[in-house]
Design a protein around this ligand. Structure first.
Ligand SMILES: [Zn+2]
Length: 445
């Protein structure tokens, strides 16, 4: 999609040799460990030979291994963490094996290596129109996605490791492994039970956003009219406190303004926005006002900027909404023709949207994404900004950030604007590590 397949050819560039080399030991181990039950095996084997070849180049200790001060070297030295991607839908619904190259996703393991991304929070997304606002089906849908993330690490220990702490992310990065983390997008699968939160904590969930685009009885969403007046009720406040107690980050992306302020007032640990931008630049309900960004910073938290053009570029959402009306019949047809579950049909509809948006809408570039970062930095400092791409959850991307492999372009633009290596390291992942550590510490108290 979107010419992503062509990117693959460019992939085996020297720039990724170091990362591949770092994974040498793990790769060799994997040969003996490889799981006989593995499904979709063909793709998984794609990268093994090239990794073996490239490991012939030794990793030299000292300055030469450290690299220069060019953007690519700065990027590679940082521990980069993406707070939000919806790739698990494609694993569960289409059997995508992201341990190898996948033509139909924004993210997979080989492109994470090319993009120098060390850790990915996979979003566990329960779509209320298909699985309900609560109940068994919502719980089961979350369960199968969590199992899919855990299976990545279990079936491919040479490549992936399940991380549940800041230390785990640092360890994975030092070992040259990709860290898979779990965040729950929307509290539908909590099934209105407080004890669910500990159950999710135990299987690895480390952030929860109370809502996606549908309001719950206990929390309002920015995506519907109920959210216009709804904040947290008593149960909602208990949910936040239970997350604080366990050490799960509280995510305000998608919640209504009223819920946002109730969360900030209730949480005794830093609050995050896993994938939201600035309303001062793109005035949509999913973005944050300056006052909200300042409030997040005051908790010690972090705002992770999202790559979706609708939240980046003023007026883009209006142009997209107008196009949606024009292509409605095409989109519906694709859904009808697709065979499979409601989720499979939804993916088919999204693919038509993606194709038509690419053809008919102009996309912003990474420079606009950095405008949002600049705005947050000017407002509250470089300690309170991170990244949350929403890859595989969005039907359009910036024209020069079309997959995770393009991530070094973000670093290049930051450096072009005068950010130092220390700043870049904070933005790419250091700030999220600090927040995670603080949330862990305040839970342990
Ligand atoms: Zn989202």
């Amino acid at each position: 999609m979107n010419g992503r397949a062509d990117l693959r050819r460019a992939a085996r560039a020297p720039a990724c040799a170091l990362l591949l080399a770092l994974s040498l030991n793990g790769c060799q181990m994997s040969e003996s460990n490889s799981n006989a039950n593995e499904t979709n095996a063909p793709r998984a084997s794609n990268d093994a030979p090239s990794a073996t070849v490239e490991t012939a180049a030794p990793v030299v200790a000292g300055e030469s291994a450290r690299g220069g001060d060019d953007p690519a070297s700065v990027h590679r030295r940082a521990v980069a963490i993406d707070m939000h991607a919806d790739t698990v839908q494609f694993i569960v619904d289409e059997g995508a094996d992201i341990n190898g190259r996948v033509a139909t996703t924004h993210l997979d393991a080989p492109r994470m290596r090319e993009g120098g991304l060390d850790a990915q929070f996979f979003s566990i997304w329960v779509e209320p129109p298909l699985y309900g606002l609560k109940g068994e089906r919502a719980v089961a849908r979350a369960g199968e996605q969590i199992a899919a993330v855990r299976a990545l690490a279990e079936n491919h220990p040479e490549t992936w490791t399940l991380a549940v702490s800041a230390a785990g992310i640092r360890r994975a990065a030092a070992e040259g492994k990709l860290a898979a983390l779990i965040g729950l997008e929307g509290g539908y699968a909590l099934d209105e039970k407080l004890e669910s939160i500990e159950r999710y904590y135990k299987v690895g969930v480390r952030y929860i956003s109370p809502t996606w685009t549908s309001s719950l009885s206990w929390a309002g969403s920015s995506g519907d009219t109920a959210g216009e007046t709804r904040g947290l009720n008593d149960f909602g406040r208990k949910v936040i406190r239970e997350m604080n107690r366990l050490g799960i980050m509280v995510d305000v992306s998608h919640v209504s303004d009223k819920t946002f302020w109730d969360i900030v007032e209730t949480s005794n640990a830093p609050v995050i926005a896993s994938h939201s931008n600035c309303r001062a630049i793109a005035n949509v309900a999913r973005n944050l006002t300056d006052e909200q960004i300042q409030a997040i910073a005051k908790t010690g938290g972090v705002v992770c900027v999202v790559f979706y053009p609708g939240f980046l570029e003023p007026g883009w959402k209006e142009r997209k909404d107008a196009l949606d009306v024009e292509i409605a019949t095409l989109v519906e047809e694709a859904g009808r023709e697709a065979e499979g579950s409601g989720s499979v049909k939804r993916i088919a509809r999204d693919r038509v949207r993606e194709r038509e948006y690419a053809r008919r809408l102009s996309m912003p570039t990474v420079a606009r994404l950095v405008d949002h970062i600049d705005h947050i930095v000017h407002l509250v400092g470089v300690e309170h900004v991170g990244i949350g791409s929403d890859f595989d959850g969005i039907q359009a991307t910036p024209s020069d950030l079309t997959s995770v492999a393009d991530l070094p372009k973000l670093t290049a633009e930051l450096i072009r604007r005068g950010y130092t290596e220390e700043d870049v390291a904070k933005i790419l992942g250091g700030n999220v590590l600090r927040v995670l550590e603080q949330v862990e510490r305040s839970a342990a108290r």
